[in-house]
Design a protein around this ligand. Structure first.
Ligand SMILES: [Zn+2]
Length: 841
């Protein structure tokens, strides 16, 4: 009985194909390829730490070349990284990157798994990584995936033997994989999992090495390769009309949020695998492992039916194979081996449907609905062959609602049915399952049976039963939202179940530099008609909100109403959160709706806590007007406005002396010199601005290994490095405690370095001329102090400042010390001028 449950766990591929996507149809060549895969009984699991770590060339080679069941287990969802295509960060970025991985797997033919580990940002050492993650829980998830997916071969992207040479998450992923390989078959390890699955022993464990890990091509050529095998990942597949690396390039280009859209690789290319566990058994990845049907009890007979189909495949009319395929289907359905029965049934069903050109979908004309409401589901079925077929049953799974048309599906006769369906009142909302509960710095929470899964199962899964030549076959599908737009064509998106009402605050963080009240606007969105809602705010102690409630009357579904409250901050410095609650007839809602919408992934709705972080901090500023030159994108400008600055975004192209004259300071956004090619030509104008009394603050820019960073970004010698301090709690000391930047207008103390998030900073300078004054010293545990996080130099009448401190993370997180320090950086040298102005007035 428990084995049936494991089917649910690993059997998510069916829903993957129907999750907001057009039903896939197959060419004869693709069906042939699927038959080859049906006849290969071998499984490979690739393991690394982040979306984009995976070697898509090898994954595609395993899936399309070797024909193995292949999956990538990414320990994290990449939540801690940056986003090159939009505003999503943290949890939302994790959702976006999850979908990018799934888009990549749809192309390279792999499956996708994750653990509950949270990507908390850069980590220098696996020891740190494995303390911030709950090591035992992450190991448990790796073992869970191994016990369910049952790989014969595991391949690590990273080397478990070289801690400290790469991201700590990377080394940790390899270390966890080694440990999981040794423990997955041990009944005493994580024995609670054995209620749902059984133990498993993979046969081989490889490290996917390359010259890169040896430092140079020459060193790698000279290395001992007796325990290595190599594969040509540039193989050409005539059936697909593509080289393996062409497919892999396309897959890799799905990582658009990381800027991995790239050119296509073609031609022969060797990839190397170093054996860490097990026996090589030959020169190929699966040598020594039986990958034929004969590895399964009862498989011999199945092979006798299926091998001839592969050998004499009829490309002109694949439907001729259906009688033999149906015989094999029945034998597979009777296999004692639960694992292979599940895996192979799924594959052969797909082949039977594809051979007969069977098209089936269950769609709605609405994107989302609320629990308890009635929707119309349209079922469309089309048999495009002479094969005898009947549409026997449609089951909508959440409450097993059955629809039994018993309709014959004639050759090329489209049959459509409309079914009224009421969404169960107790339905869960559509939401990434790992975001349903609050997460910690290192871990997400998830119910046992959801662990490992890439995404939440579809809102309305369905089972379509088609009786083919007398054999009833159940196909797993799901209800999807289908529509057309004149400027986009036909579109499929996931159908979602959402709350009746959601509430989004205009700002997620409000910083009060003094006791002035500020307005807080909330957008109330309704998913049904005729809503009469009462909105209240829960405020922390010492804070006040007026009025104490607001009413939002929303006549139409999809309409958004804005209500505004006045937030009166506490007298003294304090931090807390204000939580909006919407009440409709006694039912309370408190969810914020975020939508993620890009061409390369299905639309995502993400429900999060709608609370607003409020910070009351005495922050003084000098100077008012700031010009901000955007780099890779950050929320620093909005944050500066919160504490009273007037910030104008200016395009690098428009920088000239007249424009700059209007400002007290110019702030350069993160990575601006890396991204903006115009900026370096404006450098002399920025220096003139400083010479004339302006302040110029340059935030971090990235540096390639072995270089000194973008050149001439400062009026004096300044070289950047890859040095960073990743421990957000790393002690900070003051090199020159008397420096004005630590005193005016705000006094900076050790307390101002408390409560920082993710890191202290990155890409610190490591060489500078004597004009620069280093202000702060800090280091990660066990390292020597780094002094290049904040450098100040006077130049003419103004100041030039370089900083690698992570203001772009700290300000949006409402870290008051970061506000005070940045206010001082903007204010330096401004004191007298302000006083003179006030005298003149
Ligand atoms: Zn990585």
């Amino acid at each position: 009985m428990f084995l049936r449950v494991s089917i649910l766990i690993i059997g998510f591929l069916c829903t993957l194909l129907t999750y907001g996507q057009k039903p896939k149809t197959y060419t004869s060549s693709e069906i042939y390829q699927a038959v080859q895969k049906l006849n290969f009984l071998g499984t490979a699991l690739y393991i690394a730490a982040h979306p984009d770590d995976e070697n898509t060339q090898l994954i595609s080679y395993l899936s399309n070349g070797v024909k193995a069941r292949t999956a990538y287990l990414s320990i994290t969802r990449g939540d801690g990284g940056q986003n090159l295509i939009g505003p999503e960060l943290r949890e939302l970025l994790g959702v976006l990157r999850t979908e990018e991985l799934l888009a990549a797997r749809t192309i390279d033919g792999g499956e996708q798994f994750f653990t509950r580990a949270n990507d908390f940002g850069y980590s220098k050492h696996p020891d740190e990584t494995l303390t911030i993650w709950n090591k035992n829980e992450v190991l448990s998830d790796v073992i869970w995936v191994i016990r369910n997916f049952k790989p014969d071969v595991i391949i690590n992207r990273f080397d478990h033997r070289s801690p400290g040479t790469t991201h700590g998450h990377h080394t940790a992923s390899a270390m966890l994989s080694m440990e999981a390989f040794d423990k997955a078959n041990d009944k005493k390890q994580f024995s609670d999992q054995l209620k749902y699955t059984d133990t498993w022993q993979p046969q081989k464990l490889f490290f996917n090495t390359s010259w890169w890990f040896y430092g140079s091509q020459e060193k790698f050529e000279a290395a001992d390769k007796s325990s290595m095998i190599s594969v040509d990942v540039g193989t050409y597949y005539p059936n697909l009309g593509k080289s393996n690396n062409e497919i892999a390039s396309l897959a890799r280009s799905q990582h658009l949020s990381q800027g991995f859209g790239g050119l296509t690789f073609r031609g022969t290319d060797q990839d190397y695998l170093e054996l860490l566990r097990g026996e090589l058994g030959g020169t190929k990845i699966f040598d020594g492992i039986n990958t034929r049907w004969t590895r399964v009890k009862g498989g011999e007979e199945i092979e006798k039916l299926l091998l001839p189909i592969e050998e004499h495949f009829n490309f002109a009319n694949p439907a001729v194979h259906i009688p033999e395929l149906l015989k094999a289907y029945k034998l597979i359905d009777n296999l004692e081996d639960d694992h292979w029965r599940t895996v192979k049934l799924k594959q052969i069903k797909k082949i039977i449907a594809a051979c007969s050109g069977l098209f089936m979908e269950t769609t709605t004309a609405i994107a989302a609905a609320v629990p308890g409401t009635q929707i119309q589901i349209q079922a469309s079925l089309l048999n495009r062959s002479e094969v005898q077929m009947e549409f026997s049953k449609l089951t909508i799974l959440p409450n097993n609602k059955e629809f039994k048309p018993g309709r014959t599906l004639g050759n090329n006769q489209l049959e459509t049915f409309t079914i009224d369906y009421t969404i169960p009142q107790d339905s869960d909302y559509s939401n990434p399952y790992w975001l349903n509960k609050p997460s910690s710095l290192g871990m997400y929470e998830a119910a046992v049976l959801l662990r490992g899964k890439a995404r939440t199962p579809a809102a309305l899964p369905t089972v379509v039963t088609i009786t083919i030549q007398g054999t009833p076959i159940e196909f797993n599908t799901a209800v999807v939202y289908k529509y057309a737009k004149p400027d986009k064509g036909e579109r499929y998106q996931p159908f979602e179940i959402l709350p009746q009402v959601t509430v989004n605050a205009a700002d997620k963080v409000m910083v009060f530099a003094d006791q002035q009240p500020k307005p807080l606007s909330l957008s109330i969105s309704s998913a049904t008609n005729n809503i009469n809602a009462t909105v209240t705010l829960k405020a922390p102690k010492g804070w006040k909100v007026t009025p104490n409630k607001q009413v939002a009357v929303i006549p139409n579904k999809g309409e958004v109403k804005t209500v505004t409250f006045n937030v009166i901050p506490s007298k003294n410095e304090s931090t807390g959160k204000i939580t909006p609650v919407v009440d409709i007839n006694g039912k309370r809602y408190s969810k914020e709706l975020n939508t993620i919408n890009y061409q390369h992934i299905p639309n995502q709705s993400v429900l999060l806590d709608p609370s607003v972080k409020v910070v009351r901090s005495d922050i003084e500023i000098r100077g008012r007007r700031i010009a901000y030159v955007m780099g890779a994108g950050d929320a620093v400008p909005e944050s500066l406005e919160q504490i009273g600055y007037q910030v104008d975004l200016i395009d690098a192209q428009n920088i000239n002396a007249e424009v700059l004259e209007n400002y007290d300071a110019v702030v350069i956004g993160i990575r601006a010199y890396n991204i903006n090619k115009t900026l370096k030509f404006k450098q002399h104008l920025l220096f003139d601005f400083v010479k004339n009394g302006g302040n110029l603050i340059v935030q971090y820019n990235t540096v390639s290994r072995g270089t000194k960073g973008p050149l001439n970004i400062a009026p004096y010698l300044l070289e950047l490095s890859r040095e960073r301090v990743t421990d957000e709690n790393a002690p900070v000391s003051f090199i020159d405690p008397k420096h004005p930047i630590l005193h005016s207008p705000n006094k900076i103390t050790a307390e101002d370095f408390e409560g920082w998030v993710q890191e202290r900073g990155l890409y610190f300078a490591d060489n500078w001329s004597k004009e620069f004054h280093p202000i702060l010293a800090m280091s990660d545990p066990g390292e020597s102090p780094k002094e290049g996080s904040l450098l100040v130099a006077s130049y003419g009448k103004g100041y030039y400042i370089y900083t690698g401190l992570s203001f772009f993370r700290e300000l949006p997180a409402g870290v008051s010390g970061a506000y005070k320090l940045l206010a001082n950086m903007l204010s330096i040298g401004k004191q007298e001028k302000m006083n003179m102005n006030s005298l003149n007035n």
